[in-house]
Design a binder for this molecule. Structure first.
Ligand SMILES: NC(=O)c1ccc[n+]([C@@H]2O[C@H](COP(=O)([O-])OP(=O)(O)OC[C@H]3O[C@@H](n4cnc5c(N)ncnc54)[C@H](O)[C@@H]3O)[C@@H](O)[C@H]2O)c1
Length: 317
């Protein structure tokens, strides 16, 4: 029997590419995309799609029953920058959606759950360089608090109820398909779009703000590799540290300038600078590399080449 998969929040930056990849692997009819809106029409029209509010337990339950779902990817969330503007909404969505999915998985036919955490679980008291898997987590954003608490609940549901929940602390994710959804690392996507469209970019972080990042292809591969890993190999049921590249706005600017010599960049840090300053500059992901053989493929220059190539096709053709 093929796996029947439900993706909640499938129209987002990561959810949309994850849905496409899972449909390639498992067959279109076995991957049910869902979101609170239908803004990604290509995704809505390319396979089964349901409108589901992630805060509505019965809606998730009914959908799982209707399609005989055995695996859920919960990708709906309010991200770091938006969460600071709407703290109670972030708490409500990020926590209740997770509880609904964990409670549904408890003692039901749901065999596996994927729920992403974030480098936002760390805070100003965390060691910033090569941040270890097990370390101080005192997040200062509402988003970070929801991810930290979510991690604790995932581990609890695994230990107490045997729920097979798996998680990754994503760094900032960079892609050329969907736009990012209101995070502190969004500049690293916007910069490529603006470089192609206008030849200049005003960055909302300072030039030397070093943050952990990852190209989307690596993030999707990591997610699927973790979900395919055998149960016995997994030693972390809160969330795995995951790393690929770390760079500053100045370094990404220089990487783009190799291909677009006239590209100009200015800096105007806003409220997101304080969030970025509370996060690590690099991550130690040796546990993920050991447990499920995680390896990244894209460095900064390889990513820049693909981003500029794809965005040139999008905007200049
Ligand atoms: N993108 C990143 O750089 C990054 C980094 C770390 C962690 N993450 C995590 O990965 C997950 C996906 O992030 P993303 O960047 O794709 O987010 P996104 O903001 O791009 O997408 C979130 C999706 O959830 C949907 N949504 C919002 N409220 C909903 C509701 N009530 N019910 C159903 N759907 C709802 C939105 O319509 C959107 O399509 C999140 O948990 C996020 O915290 C993302």
């Amino acid at each position: 029997m093929p796996s029947k998969i439900l993706i909640i929040g499938a129209c987002g930056q990561i959810g949309s590419e994850l849905t496409t990849k899972l449909r390639e692997i498992h067959g279109v009819e076995n991957v049910i995309a869902s979101d609170i809106n239908t803004r990604k029409l290509d995704l809505v029209n390319s396979g089964p799609f349901e409108i589901i509010d992630a805060k509505n337990f019965n809606a998730i339950k009914d959908c799982c029953k209707h399609y005989n779902i055995d695996t859920i990817y919960l990708m709906a969330a309010l991200l770091s920058a938006t969460g600071e503007k709407y703290p109670m909404e972030a708490w409500d969505l990020n926590m209740n959606s997770l509880f609904h999915v964990l409670n549904l998985a408890k003692g039901s036919t749901i065999k596996k759950v994927y729920w992403p955490s974030s480098i936002a679980v760390f805070g100003p008291t965390t060691p910033r360089k090569d941040t270890p898997q097990h370390t101080i987590c005192e997040p200062t954003t509402v988003y970070g608090i929801t991810k930290q608490v979510g991690e604790r609940w995932c581990e609890y549901y695994h230990k107490k109820y045997g729920v097979d929940v798996r998680s990754i602390r994503y760094p900032g994710i960079i892609s050329h398909k969907a736009m990012p959804g209101g995070g502190t690392t969004d500049y690293a996507v916007e910069i490529y779009h603006e470089a192609i469209k206008h030849g200049s970019y005003e960055c909302f972080l300072s030039e030397d703000t070093n943050l952990p990042m990852m190209f989307m292809d690596d993030a999707i591969k990591a997610t699927i590799d973790l979900m395919d890993a055998s149960n016995e190999d997994l030693t972390i049921r809160s969330s795995y540290n995951l790393a690929a590249i770390s760079f500053t706005p100045k370094q990404i600017y220089e990487s783009i300038k190799v291909h677009l010599p006239h590209f100009e960049m200015t800096y105007k840090p806003d409220f997101r600078q304080a969030i970025a300053d509370s996060w690590p500059s690099s991550i130690d992901d040796s546990v993920a590399r050991k447990d499920w053989n995680w390896q990244h493929h894209f460095d900064l220059d390889a990513m820049t080449k693909v981003m500029l190539k794809e965005l040139k096709i999008k905007y200049l053709n």
